[in-house]
Design a binder for this molecule. Structure first.
Ligand SMILES: NC(=O)CC[C@H](N)C(=O)O
Length: 219
């Protein structure tokens, strides 16, 4: 019986916190590295779109002819995790985005959600609050840095996490900050910073990669 080969996870390395994601994945014993070109994307069993600045990442992706390959990757149901700016890039609809984000010309898209960019930024630029992810018993530390929230989700999108619905959270109370649609995961917060190595969110991506590999083997 042939054993499945170990997965390789790429981190889109145009701008943003690439090293932190590579470190979080490596800490889980997974081979991971930066991706800048379409040929590199092809060999990835999963992909992370990191946090950073979504306008810059989108512009560079267009410049380096990566937008079409990234869209094709998502459309092919291959496993993807987008965090913060990465979540913005995956969204089909953006509020408070730049014109090139609102018209989709510098977006990856494929995730049927509406995100509001810099949504938490109006209250405080950065903060940390525990997020209880769906099915988990212990909350993860959610680190939010000028983060988007998910304003609304389409019918095929599962909500994985929200900010606690307490009055102390102000405008943020009850907001959706983690979602899944098929093989696409997205979080408003930065699991690569808050949780570091062994992150629950990175483990979830590895589970999605395993599921995709089993489906491809027909088991
Ligand atoms: N930490 C982040 O990734 C911030 C995201 C940034 N505000 C954006 O819209 O791109």
């Amino acid at each position: 019986m042939s054993r499945p080969t170990a997965p390789y996870v790429g981190v889109l390395a145009l701008q943003g916190d690439v090293r932190e994601h590579v470190a979080a994945l490596t800490a889980l014993g997974v081979a991971a590295g930066p991706v800048r070109r379409p040929a590199e994307l092809d060999r990835c069993d999963g992909l992370v779109l990191p946090g950073g600045e979504s306008t810059t990442i989108g512009r560079l992706a267009r410049h380096f002819d990566m937008l079409a390959p990234l869209r094709a990757y998502v459309a092919a149901d291959r496993p993807v995790l987008g965090t913060c700016a990465g979540m913005v890039l995956l969204a089909d609809r953006v509020l408070d985005g730049t014109p090139a984000q609102q018209d989709g010309s510098e977006m990856v898209g494929g995730l049927d959600v509406t995100v509001r960019r810099n949504a938490f930024g109006r209250q405080v630029d950065s903060f940390e609050t525990p997020i209880l992810l769906h099915g988990a018993e212990v909350p993860v530390p959610g680190v939010f840095i000028r983060a988007p929230w998910v304003e609304s989700v389409g019918p095929g999108v599962e909500v994985l996490g929200r900010v606690e619905a307490s009055p102390a959270q102000g405008d943020a109370a009850g907001r959706i900050v983690a979602v899944r649609q098929g093989a696409v995961l997205a979080t408003s917060f930065h699991p690569e910073i808050g949780e570091g190595g062994g992150s629950v969110v990175h483990r979830l991506l590895l589970d999605v990669i395993d599921e995709a590999a089993s489906a491809a083997r027909g088991s």
